[in-house]
Design a protein around this ligand. Structure first.
Ligand SMILES: C[S@@+](CC[C@H](N)C(=O)[O-])C[C@H]1O[C@@H](n2cnc3c(N)ncnc32)[C@H](O)[C@@H]1O
Length: 212
């Protein structure tokens, strides 16, 4: 795994909150039909293409990985935080979870059919995003799909916000889509939704991209 002070700080911050984080009510996807719709569209797009498994990068305790499994995908999870990976393995013993960083994956070129980053690239320093997307493209098969979920900046420029765990960024959706295009992805579609009751008051952004 690549070492950097930023990655170390992120891993330590998530290790420190892993147990209370995993105890948060995990009905999220039940409450959010638009999120489920995006994940279902991703799963359908992936199933229509050839290639290997799907990786959830930055999987935390694994609820989205498990949801992707329930959608019929062959999926595994990767996370920087060893404590998060322990929790994911305990909660979902039938699934594979590995410690690793999404910017330096221990995977061969073209090995994956799909990648989901569900609120995990939000922690990448913005100047590192091109390298993250280049790594995603390297491990995806031709035509492989990438799904990103993130906090959207609602017309404001790229900015940090008061994330409860560690430094995180709110992205203008056009900027993140532009960086993905520059890295060799075509946009398939996008979805913006407003926060629901009880959620952090920030717009959610979702981008579905395909390797070209
Ligand atoms: C907000 S949590 C989201 C967890 C999960 N996707 C979910 O929705 O429940 C962000 C996760 O991304 C992980 N993460 C952050 N940077 C990462 C990196 N470079 N590589 C792998 N995981 C990373 C963190 O350790 C954390 O578990």
């Amino acid at each position: 795994m690549r070492e950097s002070s930023h990655l170390r700080a992120t891993a330590e911050a998530y290790d420190a909150v892993a147990v209370p984080y995993a105890d948060l009510p995990r009905d999220d996807l039940e409450r959010f039909p638009l999120d489920r719709a995006v994940l279902a569209a991703f799963a359908e797009a992936v199933r229509a293409c050839d290639g290997g498994p799907v990786a959830e990068l930055g999987c935390g305790p694994g609820p989205v990985t498990a949801h992707l499994r329930d959608l019929g995908l062959d999926v595994f999870g990767v996370d920087l935080s060893p404590a998060m990976i322990d929790l994911a393995r305990d909660a979902h013993p039938d699934l594979r979870f590995e410690v690793g960083s999404m910017d330096a994956l221990d995977l061969a070129d073209g090995q994956l059919r799909g990648i989901v980053s569900w609120y995990s690239v939000i922690h990448a320093p913005p100047q590192d995003i091109p390298a993250y997307f280049a790594e995603f493209r390297r491990v995806l098969a031709e035509g492989g799909h990438l799904l990103l979920a993130f906090f959207e900046s609602e017309g404001e420029p790229l900015t940090t916000f008061d994330h409860a765990v560690t430094t995180a960024y709110r992205w203008p959706i056009d900027d993140l889509a532009g960086l993905a295009r520059e890295a060799g992805f075509a946009e398939v579609g996008r979805m913006l939704r407003e926060p629901c009751e009880g959620e952090r008051r920030q717009r959610r952004g979702h981008l579905l991209m395909r390797k070209v």
